[in-house]
Design a protein around this ligand. Structure first.
Ligand code: AMP
Length: 181
């Protein structure tokens, strides 16, 4: 699931996962938990989360791989990962190792001003207006190019992420249902 900060990836990712009966991996959640328990990954990631920068690829990949190994090849909804081209390339390799492949890439899109409003209303530690704007810039510069990449290989579906979360959930489900059939 791709989308700007505030596009609704977390909400829709967890709704989709429970509806489809699959696991939901949010790398943001994994890092926030790791920071809380002060694990080695958490200690490496903390400053990046605070300032809204991307955690270095190697740290992210290690965490994701550990998680995928635990899931032993069951279906998953990835939310907030991959976020860089290197992560996307690494993901393909890791998935094939577990006998998995990408069924669909959902791009949840909303206008920047709506996304920023949602972030500031949510009020997470990294949701101050400055950090939120910075994360939006990082998204446009580094993660948005993945939309083109996945479109070119025929995996992308565009989902309007604005409006009522129940309506967004239906749009997501319509696309995923088709992709899984
Ligand atoms: P999120 O909850 O998806 O908004 O992520 C919160 C923060 O976690 C981001 O601002 C990054 O610092 C870090 N993060 C989450 N996922 C990734 C990723 N795939 N690559 C690099 N950093 C990430």
């Amino acid at each position: 699931m791709l989308g700007a900060p505030g596009a609704g990836k977390g909400t829709q990712g967890s709704r989709l996962a429970s509806r489809a009966g699959i696991a939901h991996i949010s790398t943001g959640d994994l890092f926030r938990d790791a920071v809380k328990i002060e694990s080695p990954a958490g200690q490496r990631a903390e400053a990046y989360l605070k300032t809204g920068q991307l955690v270095p690829d190697q740290v992210v990949l290690q965490l994701v791989e550990e998680y995928l190994a635990d899931l032993e090849g069951s279906d998953i909804c990835l939310d907030g990962f991959p976020r860089t081209y290197q992560q996307a390339v690494a993901l393909d390799k890791v998935l094939s190792r577990f006998g998995l492949s990408i069924a669909v890439v959902l791009h949840l899109y909303v206008e920047d001003n709506i996304a920023l409003e949602r972030l500031v209303d949510r009020g997470r530690a990294d949701d101050t207006i400055q950090t939120a704007r910075y994360r939006m810039d990082v998204y446009h510069a580094t993660t948005e190019p993945l939309i083109k990449y996945y479109n070119e290989i025929g995996l992308l579906s565009q989902i309007d992420g604005s409006g009522d979360p129940d309506d967004v959930e239906s749009r997501v489900w319509d696309v995923v249902k088709m992709a899984l059939n």
